[in-house]
Design a binder for this molecule. Structure first.
Ligand code: NAI
Length: 246
């Protein structure tokens, strides 16, 4: 086998411990699998997924977690003996229903406050390792969504939270970044995928002319968690097939 050059080994994250919320389906599950593939030991935390097949001997340990349950988040963090990487991918959208204040609060609680809960609970563990956080933002971190005011507000908040924590926790040695996925084919966007007019509108504005896959996000996450990104903090990295710039 050829030896890794320094430029390549800077992307090596093998042996790291990672926690991925929303790790039981869609984008979170793909990120958990990508991190495991890169040699990490991964805890994938989320609501129980009907199609999840737990493998107690594999590199991914699946645990049930509601990110709105502060005690459960604390318990999970306290149960970890080491953490190098936290990925906050848990998220919900209530298209068309978010003008109802209960729905609004729920979406913000899961997407934004849930992320802050995890960051806060995991901070001491991450500080010990000089670890890193990757939050999951969105195209709606950059522009508004007329049907999804709570989702847009929460994702705009994720971008600002990412920048703020990056400043606040830099002295702890914790880097905080976000990825902003474009339109990715998952359960969350099933309604849009099934609507020919909306799907066509999305594809026609996407220079790479396709829906993203959850696997499209894994390389960006591995980069942001790796020594190759040692001087990268507070950034929101679009992984969007060019949607934002068109
Ligand atoms: P998904 O519906 O497949 O996954 C959402 C995940 O969040 C699931 O694993 C679910 O268990 C978890 N979750 C929901 N409520 C939770 C709670 N209270 N506690 C813990 N976990 C909870 O959808 P997808 O697309 O994989 O979404 C993942 C993230 O990516 C979300 O933050 C979403 O906003 C974001 N995103 C998705 C895009 C897309 O086009 N699919 C685009 C931009 C961002």
């Amino acid at each position: 086998m050829t030896e890794q050059t320094p430029a390549i080994s800077a992307f090596d994250i093998s042996g790291r411990r990672a926690l991925v919320t929303g790790g039981t389906s869609g984008i979170g599950a793909a990120i958990a699998a990508g991190l495991a593939d890169a040699g990490c030991h991964v805890v994938a935390a989320g609501l129980p997924a009907a199609d999840a097949v737990p493998d107690p001997t594999g590199p991914i340990q699946t645990v049930d977690l509601d990110v709105t349950d502060a005690n459960a988040v604390e318990r999970l963090a306290k149960g970890l003996d080491r953490l190098d990487i936290l990925v906050n991918a848990a998220g919900i959208i209530r298209r068309g229903a978010e003008f109802d204040l209960d729905s609004f609060e729920r979406v913000v609680d899961v997407n934004l406050t849930g992320t802050m809960r995890l960051c806060t609970a995991c901070r001491p563990l991450l500080a010990r390792q000089g670890g890193s956080i990757v939050n999951v933002a969105s195209m709606l971190s950059f522009f508004g969504g007329g049907l999804v005011p709570a989702y847009s507000a929460s994702k705009g908040g994720i971008a600002q939270l990412t920048k703020s924590l990056a400043i606040a926790w830099a002295t702890d040695g914790i880097r905080v970044n976000a990825i902003a996925p474009g339109w990715i084919a998952t359960a969350l966007t099933q309604g849009l995928q099934d609507d020919p007019a909306r799907s066509e509108a999305i594809l026609s504005r996407t220079p790479l002319k396709r829906w993203g896959t959850p696997q499209d996000l894994t390389g960006a996450v591995i980069f942001l968690c790796s020594p190759a990104a040692a001087f990268v903090t507070g950034t929101v990295l679009p992984v969007d097939g060019g949607y934002l710039i068109s």
